[in-house]
Design a protein around this ligand. Sequence first.
Ligand code: SF4
Length: 745
Amino acid sequence: MAFNLTRRRFLQSASLAAVSIPLSKVVSAETGFTQSPLEAKGSLNEETVSGGICEMCFWRCQLIGKKREGRLIKLEGNPKSIDNGVSICARGNAGIKLLYDPDRLKYPLKNVGERGKPVWKRISWDEALAECSSRLKGVVDKYGPQGISVFPHGSTAKYPMHFFERTVGTHNVSEASFFQCRGIRDTAYLATIGKAPGEKVDMANSKAIFLLGSHIGENIHVSHVKNFAKGLQNGAKLIVVDPRYSAAAAKSDIWIKIKPGTDTAFLLAVMNYLVKNNKYDAEFVEEYGDGFEEFTEGIKDWSLEKAAIECDITPDEIKQVAEMLAVNAPNVSIHPGRHVSWYGNDFQRQRSLACLTGLLGAYYVKGGWVPGKTPKVGKVSWAKHEHDTEHNLNYDEDEEMRHPFTPPGTPTELIRDAALTGKPYPIKGCVIWGQNPIQTIPGQEKMKDVLRQMDFVMCVDVMPTDATMYADILLPEVSYLERHDLVKTGTQWDFSEKHQQYIAARLPLVEPMFERKDQVFITNAIATGLGHKDEIPVKSVEELVEKTLEVAGLSLKQITQEGGIHLQDGKDPYGVPEDFEVLFYNEDIEDAGFPGVPTYIPIDQPPAGYARLLYGRVPVHTFNRTQNNAWLHYAMPENPVWINDETAVKLGLKDGDVVGLVNSEGFKSRTTTTLKVTPGIRKDSVYMAHGYGSVNPLLSVAVNAGVDDQSLITKIAVDPETGAHGMRNNFVKLIKDGKVLDIPA
Ligand code: SF4
């Protein structure tokens, strides 16, 4: 079936409209971002407060708020922002509903029932903090600091994470943003160009944009989407490699419907074609490349034909991509991706992307990978005690690193295995701060067992989650709209405009309600209880921000007077630094026992009767904190399962049918959802949005809404170089009316 969605129609509708939702009916034709109906009529005349920074996702768009009688009634982009400007996305808009969500945590709670089946009793902060301190101290005294594990997420988790890691002295800290998301990308690029890449591609000024599984337009980050849309409006060619017809694929010049897990084979063939046909940037490679001979030797067998068989596409499709990139080089954006924990063979794929960028000479040039030059601010850190590697689970008995290219922290699976076996030592204390490890980490039942065997579990969060059901003590945190917080720095997103930099501090837009507290208050109290009072670096979150700003010659007072954003002249971001290098071959990787030249490692394919479970994001729902949001839920109350239209016909299924899922390890979805029948997905795969189907009854909106994809991600695959999880190695069948349906080959 052909797709009848042109690029023009997309720009006017699909992706950008996707950042708005029905809650705001007026969508600017120019930007696609939302204005309120009242604002559009010019009838809103309220107090305006500025200096907010959104945290409905991690992008941290700068905000202003409209207040009526002290109550926040609307959020908008800060007109002073050179990042998101006046635009915010649907989730950003709906931050109001998070702030006033009646299901939010309000008071410290003690679980007087079981872990997983909690019975909550309201207690005082003094009682809660005393219990957290004494129980954590008990773990440290009995098992050593390594007996504590920490699962942090988000900006408020940094301060406590550093306390437990640096001062208490546990290595067992595992951030979801590293080990289930972007850590592989960062370490692969570090091993290739010496820098973590972020999503710093100059798409606005690009001649060709290359997306490998990146769902820009579905996973919305405002300035990033603007950057992307401007590139398309300027006429950039778009190549999308994805098993699914994503919002981005809908605007592509070339969509490669690749077999999942074979991306590295595809990239090797593209690079081999460029080299063999002298279509790479030889001058750039000569000046900045290292190990090019080993590289060309290592990839030389990857013909178009060989890769085409592996990837289940045609040789001509690969050639078309290579030609389109070559003809537009060096002004091409090879997007490094964000959530790249896919198959457990991901480090090599990310290395391939970094090498492809080098082959095209697309570093630090217009339209290429351009990090920009951001202003310096300070960091507040806890005193670091000397910690040997003895208790670092990432070192084996011979003092060799198990995963030598790991992101900071300890791979989650090593922590979980040690906790469950008690070897090499017990892990009996757990601090979960802003993370939901039940719905983030593969192997949900394993995670529950890990939490059940703990002597003590404490959780700090804004909302109840499936993980908070396992807490002994549950502490309510202030939201991003009620607190000061770390500073964000950056540049304008379009480098063709005046070069400018910004420093933005998060300022509270409203006073905290109920008994919610911030991260500095909670951490300092626990630090005092654990005997580290003299090492406390700041007394308040305001002091933390003040110290961060001092390095930039700013103060909290000044940045408040400036409306939360300080602007200053920027620098020309283009031009390759003298010491820049692209390691096409990395000897250190080889010395560590892994391929030094990017290498394709095949993965298991679905057994007969099963399809691979793919998942992704949607514009209205990304993180735990969006799950229970009434406005966002209204926009997308469940997560339909995408299935290929021809497969659906063979199974006698139709769009909107209600289905459940069962995976190849026998795990069934607890709930059902609807079917989306579409030609926009391969026959060997099904797809659904991530983060639905919570079981927590305290979430009156989100409980049992949609299917929890994570409950079906039970196979544990670990990327060998990094220790990060691969999360798309699970195979499922559909269940309709109680009958399990085999997916036809
Ligand atoms: S992209 Fe949306 S959710 Fe993320 S910070 Fe910006 S407005 Fe908030």
